[in-house]
Design a protein around this ligand. Structure first.
Ligand code: AMP
Length: 558
């Protein structure tokens, strides 16, 4: 009986154990992914006890990859990427280059071929979206400037890896294990790349031209029925991925990614994303379990030095590269530290890459085990990297400022001569209304705004303004916070607002601070940090609605 149901046994064993170990990992304040990977190790062939069906697990994992890539495509936003392209594009490319070079170097020391080193280095270069998004969400950083840069950066990394997945099979012969003396035939490679790109282009054109019309139409026609709608989304994701692979020779992953992009553009993308989330998550868990099954834990004892080398690349090499390039692009230290910390881990793309490298016979098993061990350890250490970056941020920032002041004076903008003025942070939906009213009032004030488009608008309207991020002490000082009488923080991100409140209160204990929040918890948080008045947007909406209804609000019910 048991042998007749290997699929059920694999599903139950994988999901059940993943749940238990994931919950334990969560309790220990680690990413549940660590638990899923360990569950895979436990049901894998390298540990005693039950061994799940490896080939079935691999197929389930493949569905997991399709759904993961579908999700990545659905959340891919050209607009978000464009808004941070100036730093995300060069940053991600530089970081990938540094990590790949270091990977090739380590591979060389381990006696691998160049191809193996390249795949290894690429696998170490790309961070996990799942881990990053969760880390940013936990810290309320998703909508902050540093959060948006980190996400844009990751999108560039993902896109680069999608390209690598397309090119690897084509370059396989050249990168292969026998590359020692073989001279690559440049023409054959160019031809193969050309054919592959033609196929990919054919697929992309078909999905963007035909898919863009057909997919929204299909979804629209079943939108009234929940079950059929969900089924349609899944059928599209899996069908496009499968069709892309069979008809165009494009990888499942790429097919799913584009299906996701087309769906993400449609008006029903939110619903499609939400409705398919449970299934996507379940298969993503199976993907991590299947990856864990491949892991031979004895690598830690067999290859401690090589493992330390790989860890060094992910934790130190990548972080330093990211840190340096963010600073070179003149972003504040805090942003550089968050980016460095958030990307100092590897995950799903690395597993997909090494899977391909292994199946093509390029990457030795040792490489796979090293990547898996590095992924587990770097994911476990990621929260500590974040903690460390937050703790050392103020120290490094003050050191940096001192040095900069001692050096060239070009960066310093003279502080505003205003006194007893108001400082307004953010010129968006809230800030623009406040600014217009303050101007009518005739009170002197200065606006701090970080977005260059908004800055242009402010300039056109003749406001006194300071371009920059108000989280930086330097910016606050330049806005004359020490002599200001009131500070209005009209930005939506509570994490950044909290930092601004803290810094401003430190510089000017007597200043009146008015801030904006979206929940009671945020109100309390900002008050604890020193805000005098915190306006909760949603509460004000409710009060306005009641006033439109003509209902008077008694004090105890408000
Ligand atoms: P809204 O979300 O429409 O209220 O807009 C908020 C505005 O605040 C946007 O124009 C942002 O560019 C700006 N903003 C957000 N965070 C900061 C910050 N830390 N420093 C300066 N401006 C900011």
């Amino acid at each position: 009986m048991e042998h007749a149901t290997p699929l059920i046994a694999t599903l139950v064993g994988g999901l059940g154990l993943a749940f238990i170990l994931g919950a334990i990992a969560n309790r220990c304040r680690m990413s549940p992914i660590v638990g899923y990977l360990l569950a895979g190790v436990a049901v894998g062939p390298f540990t005693p006890g039950y061994v799940a069906d490896q080939s079935l697990a691999n197929q389930l994992a493949e569905i997991g990859v399709i759904l993961l890539m579908f999700g990545v495509g659905m959340h891919f936003s050209v607009r978000d990427l464009l808004s941070v392209r100036a730093i995300a594009l060069p940053g991600a490319i530089f970081q990938i280059a540094v990590a790949t070079l270091l990977g090739v170097l380590l591979g060389h020391l381990l006696g691998w071929s160049l191809g193996a080193g390249i795949i290894f280095g690429l696998a170490l270069s790309v961070a996990s979206t799942v881990v990053l998004l969760r880390a940013l969400e936990e810290r309320g950083l998703v909508t902050s400037e540093r959060g948006r840069i980190a996400i844009g950066w990751l999108i560039v990394e993902d896109l680069a890896m999608v390209l690598v997945l397309v090119l690897l099979p084509v370059l396989g012969d050249w990168l292969g294990p026998g590359d020692g003396g073989a001279t690559p035939d440049a023409r054959a490679i160019a031809l193969a790349i050309g054919i592959t790109f033609a196929k990919v282009a054919g697929f992309v054109v078909l999905i963007l031209v035909v898919g863009r019309r057909v997919i929204p139409w299909v979804l629209h026609s079943v939108a009234q029925q929940r079950e059929l709608f969900r089924l349609a989304v899944l059928a599209i994701a899996l069908g496009v991925a499968f069709g892309a692979a069979k008809l165009f020779g494009v990888s499942f992953a790429l097919g799913a990614f584009f299906a996701g992009i087309v769906l993400g553009e449609s008006q029903m993308s939110h619903r499609a994303a939400e409705d398919t989330l449970p299934l996507r998550e379940a298969f993503a868990v199976l993907f991590f379990v299947a990856v864990g099954m491949l892991f031979d834990p004895s690598i830690v004892l067999r290859e401690p030095v090589a493992l330390l080398g790989a860890l060094f690349i992910v934790l130190v090499g990548k972080s330093v590269a990211a840190f340096v390039i963010v600073l070179l692009f003149r972003h504040p230290i805090g942003v550089a530290m968050t980016i460095a910390a958030s990307l100092a881990q590897i995950g799903e793309f690395s597993f997909i890459l090494i899977g391909l490298g292994m199946s093509m016979g390029i990457l030795p098993e040792q490489g796979r085990d090293l990547v898996l061990a590095t992924a587990m350890i770097s994911i476990i250490l990621n929260p500590f990297a974040f903690g460390l970056s937050r703790r050392v941020e103020p120290h490094i920032e003050s050191q940096w400022k001192k040095r900069r002041r001692g050096g060239t004076a070009d960066a310093a903008i003279p502080p505003t001569p205003l006194e007893n003025h108001d400082v307004l942070v953010g010129y968006g939906r809230v800030g623009s209304i406040v600014a217009a009213a303050l101007r009518n009032d005739g009170a002197p004030f200065i606006v701090i705004e970080s977005d260059s488009d908004r800055v242009t608008e402010l300039r056109d309207r003749g406001f006194v303004l300071l371009e920059g991020n108000a989280v930086s002490v330097e910016t606050l000082r330049t806005a004359g916070i020490a002599r200001a009488s009131r500070l209005v923080i009209a930005i939506p991100n509570c994490f950044e607002a909290g930092r601004i409140v803290e810094q401003a209160r430190g510089i000017n204990p007597g200043i009146t601070i008015i801030a904006r929040a979206h929940s009671d918890a945020e109100v309390r948080h900002l008050q604890e940090l020193g805000a005098d008045t915190v306006i909760m947007g949603e509460r004000q909406i409710a009060l306005e609605m009641l006033s439109a209804l003509g209902v008077t609000v008694r004090p105890e019910s408000s």
